[in-house]
Design a protein around this ligand. Structure first.
Ligand SMILES: Cc1ncc(COP(=O)(O)O)c(C=O)c1O
Length: 499
């Protein structure tokens, strides 16, 4: 594909340095990282520099980049222009939600008073502890949970902690023989991975014709070996599990626990609570719900909430009030009685937690309910404007359209050419060529119309056009398998042939 670049615009591939859209190419290679640019060798020590480290772990010189401020500013500006982010335009990734991160939360996290070293004495970090305590409380109230840990650094990490807590609870009650976790076949991959990593056999649960939990299949899957059923509600098709109280009863009747994957809590915020539906343990994806950065597995946050019975097993330490007066210590760290231990340094990713706190505090009860209303409205409006079929309804904050005869991955690549980010593709598999779409509450009608126009333009295009896409982006189509299996992480191994 590299052959097409530069054609017809007076540039040629053999130029030593050129700008290609937002991309900078030098000696036939893409923009080097700063640490690889204009390197100067600096001597850092003599043969006997007195280092206590063994010789094979020390070096005498180091290559450092020599750069001026404009070079630095331009480097980062160029990189920022090559990428598509939630600050560039709509990003309707169903389930993997990219919610706009409001800038006021950055301001709050950047306050000098937020820069508190966690190793300071409890007495001197009372403000930090109070914020963490109040966030535990807010999340507990929002989810209908009795106790919360803030430590896990991502949603998937929260899942793992939740399942470990469930395992510790069963073990403590002499029910350690329970070795199965039931997961709907439409669930996110992390649910299966969590159950397996937690040491459980994964029992896959089919959906019924409506796209919801098949109660007969659930009855057949439940047994005295069931440790938990993992569910998200609305499910990954955006459908509310209307039999949720019956499902909870069925799971509890065999002594199992009901786990809530909080990925879709944005649809319910301020309206319904997993705890009230019968869930015993849940994780909160704060980036999908409370507008914090995702962090690609960390540094993000995936707090876990539980009902009273499971609270003694939560990770240590947690924060509680100790009843002291304001002039005394009022908040303290404590270890739950049967804690599964520590799962992260200190209290988790403090700066992400501050942003979640700021978001919840700014919106309040009414603002959170308003966010979920608009998230659902936006998804329904967008679906009504696109030509692709949406087989399962009524959906809430997200919907899954089918690309029909087109390849959903090609549709996604082509949407980039229209200047918008595509939806999540090819999952859940019960919808052929799935386009799982979640616009979130932040998009205006104008933006949704632009998004719908992109969907509809792509729907009318032929396969060769789709297969050649994207052709207007800084990077063209990559070999996804090689990118995943043999990533080359240095510019020195890349050249134009590899585009
Ligand atoms: C349904 C569901 N569960 C769990 C996760 C994992 O969350 P995280 O990306 O925060 O690890 C995701 C991520 O997209 C998800 O969509």
């Amino acid at each position: 594909m590299s052959g097409s670049r530069g054609d017809g615009d007076g540039r040629s591939e053999d130029k030593q340095v050129r700008y290609d859209q937002a991309r900078y190419v030098e000696n036939g290679q893409y923009e080097p990282l700063l640490s690889e640019k204009d390197l100067t060798r600096v001597e850092i020590g003599g043969e006997d520099d007195g280092s206590p480290l063994p010789d094979d772990l020390t070096r005498d010189s180091l290559e450092l980049p020599e750069l001026s401020e404009p070079e630095l500013a331009r480097h980062y500006t160029r990189l920022s222009q090559m990428i598509y982010g939630i600050d560039s335009g709509p990003y309707p990734l169903g389930s993997c939600t990219m919610k706009y991160n409001p800038k006021f939360t950055e301001d709050v996290a950047a306050l000098p008073t937020a820069a508190v070293h966690p190793d300071r004495s409890e007495r001197s970090i009372q403000g930090t502890l109070e914020l963490l305590y109040r966030l535990q409380d807010y999340l507990g109230r929002i989810g209908g949970m009795d106790a919360v840990t803030l430590q896990p650094p991502a949603g998937a990490a929260g899942e793992f902690v939740g399942i470990r807590v469930a395992a510790a609870y069963h073990e403590h009650n002499g029910e350690g023989h329970r070795d199965e976790v039931i997961v709907p076949e439409s669930a996110h991959g992390t649910n299966f991975a969590t159950a397996a990593l937690g040491g459980y056999d994964v029992v896959s649960l089919p959906s019924d014709d409506d796209g919801r939990v098949d109660l007969e299949a659930l009855e057949a899957a439940l047994s005295e070996n069931t440790a938990a059923l993992m569910l998200t509600n609305p499910n990954t098709l955006g459908l509310f599990e209307r039999d949720i109280t019956e499902i909870a009863e069925m799971v509890h009747d065999v002594g199992g626990l009901l786990y809530y994957d909080g990925a879709n809590l944005n649809a319910l915020l301020g309206r319904a609570r997993p705890g009230d539906m019968g869930f015993d343990v849940m994780h909160y994806n704060v980036h999908k719900t409370f507008a914090t950065p995702h962090g690609g597995g960390g540094p993000g946050a995936g707090p876990v909430g539980v009902v009273d019975d499971l609270a003694p097993f939560l990770p240590a330490p947690r924060v509680r009030e100790n009843g002291g007066s304001k002039s005394e210590t009022s908040y303290e760290l404590f270890d739950p009685d049967h804690t599964i231990g520590k799962v992260h340094g200190y209290q988790g990713n403090w700066l992400v937690l501050i942003k979640a706190f700021a978001y919840i505090a700014r919106l309040g009860d009414a603002g959170l309910a308003d966010a979920s209303a608009k998230a659902v409205l936006n998804a329904n409006y967008l679906a009504s404007q696109i030509g692709y079929d949406v087989p399962y309804e009524p959906f809430h904050h997200e919907f899954v359209a089918s690309a029909g005869e087109q390849d959903a991955a090609d549709v996604a690549k082509r949407m980039l050419d229209y200047g918008v980010h595509p939806p999540t593709t090819k999952w859940p598999e019960i919808v052929p060529e799935a386009l799982m779409t979640e616009p979130t509450e932040v998009e205006s009608k104008k933006t949704l119309d632009r998004l719908a126009a992109a969907f509809n333009a792509v729907a009318d295009e032929d396969d060769p056009t789709l297969e050649a896409a994207p052709d207007r982006t800084a990077a063209r189509r990559i070999d996804q398998t090689s990118a995943a299996r043999s990533p080359r992480l240095s510019w020195q191994t890349l050249d134009l042939e590899d585009d």
